[in-house]
Each structure stands twice: as C-alpha cells, then as structure tokens.
Design a protein around this ligand. Structure first.
Ligand code: DX5
Ligand code: ZN
Length: 217
C-alpha cells in the first residue's frame, strides 16, 4: 500500500480554538498542518499572517506546510520561517521571480514548494524542477474551502507525475478532496493531499482522516 500524506487545512478549523484544533488533527494522524495564507489581493479572501502562525506553533511538532496565496511573497518569506514554517509554497502566478523565491526559502533552510492555479499550464515548472521539494496542484480556484474538485486537474497531475521522473518531489493536491475522489488523484500520481472541509467538517477527526486514507488505496 502506497503511503500517502494528509495535510488538514486549518482554513476550515474553528478559528476561536485554533491551537486546540491544530493539536486535535495532530493527534488524529495528520502528517502536516496546512496553513492557507491569503492577502485579499491575490485571492479574494483574507486569513492569517506570521503572528497567528507563531501563536499555534507550540501546539504540534508536525511540519507546518505554509501555502502562501499572497502577492508579493518574497519579502515576507523570512517572517514565515521565523513564525515556524517548515515548508513554504509560493504560487507561480504571484511570483515574478519564482526561482529567486525558491532560493530564498532554501537559504532559510526550509523546503520549497510551487503551486499552480487550475488554469495554469504545468510547463511553467520545467525550469525549476531540479530546485523544488513540492508541487501543489490547485484543484479549486484558491480563496475558499468547501469548493468542488475540478476534474480537469487529474490530467495535469498525471502529466506532472511524468515530468518529475525520479526526482524526490512531493506531488500534493489542494481543493475539494473527499473520500469519494481521493483515489482518482492517487491514480493520477499524487502522493499528498490537503483536506479542509473533509477533515474539519465532522466532529471525529480520527475518523475523517482514516476515511481519506482508506479511500485512497
Ligand atoms: C483554498 C485552500 C485550500 C482549502 C481546502 O484556497 O488552498 O487549502 O482550504 O479546503 P477544502 O478541502 O475544503 O477544499
Ligand atoms: Zn491550501
């Protein structure tokens, strides 16, 4: 059985109890804590920045997977690392100097990811494939949780899986992942999954993470 990673997105958590929510998904078996940072400019929603991330850092030892939906991003990377990020993903659509941002993240000693919106062609990855640790395929238009999975992204996932060849790059999918569709994304070649509403939407986080893992194989 293939070992997949599940990254609950705290965008769907109860913000009034954010630290406890992080601890709860950690204890329920999350591999990463996915943190959606939105600026109300690159995406039509606003969430949290470094001080909030720092305030929840002590609630888990699991890696903080920080998904930056902000433009510009490069001048804030250090702040997110200081706040506790272990992996930082930037959007190719938001970053004019993508290669520089990847270098900055690595110089700060962290893993670098790049994300593609649903309408973005995967060819933008060709020149950074040797420099990245993670590719995040958006299977919804970024900005909100609880949206439906855009099935055209399955083809993109399989094309990216081929492009990766034997490089050790994690291929993560973000948006609309449920027990009913996760197997299709696994078949296409994804090995890590963000899940917001599918995890935080119910009361039993152990059960919701388990049902994603069970459905994946
Ligand atoms: C959307 C975010 C996602 C979102 C996922 O912009 O990047 O991480 O929270 O939520 P669900 O799983 O509910 O689509
Ligand atoms: Zn995300």
């Amino acid at each position: 059985m293939q070992k997949i990673k599940i990254a609950p997105s705290i965008l769907s958590a109860d913000f009034a109890r954010l630290g406890e929510e992080v601890r709860a998904v950690d204890e329920a078996g999350a591999d990463y804590i996915h943190i959606d940072v939105m600026d109300g400019h690159f995406v039509p929603n606003l969430t949290f920045g470094p001080p909030v991330i720092e305030s929840i850092r002590s609630y888990t030892k699991k890696p903080f997977d920080v998904h930056l939906m902000i433009n510009p991003a490069v001048q804030y990377l250090k702040d997110y690392v200081t706040a506790g990020a272990d992996m930082i993903t930037v959007h190719v659509e938001a970053d004019i100097h993508l290669h520089r941002s990847i270098q900055v993240i690595h110089d700060l000693g962290k893993k670098a990811g790049v994300s593609l919106n649903p309408s973005t062609d995967e060819s933008v990855l060709i020149n950074v494939l040797d420099d990245i640790d993670l590719i995040l395929v958006m299977s919804v238009n970024p900005g909100f949780d609880g949206q439906s999975f855009i099935t055209s992204q399955l083809g993109k996932i399989s094309r990216i899986r081929k492009m990766i060849e034997d490089r050790s790059i994690e291929l993560m999918v973000d948006g609309g992942i449920k027990p009913s569709n996760i197997a299709n994304a696994v078949k296409a070649g994804a090995d890590a999954f963000v899940a917001g509403s599918a995890v935080f939407g119910g009361n039993d986080y152990v059960a919701s993470i388990k049902s994603l893992r069970d459905a994946a194989c």
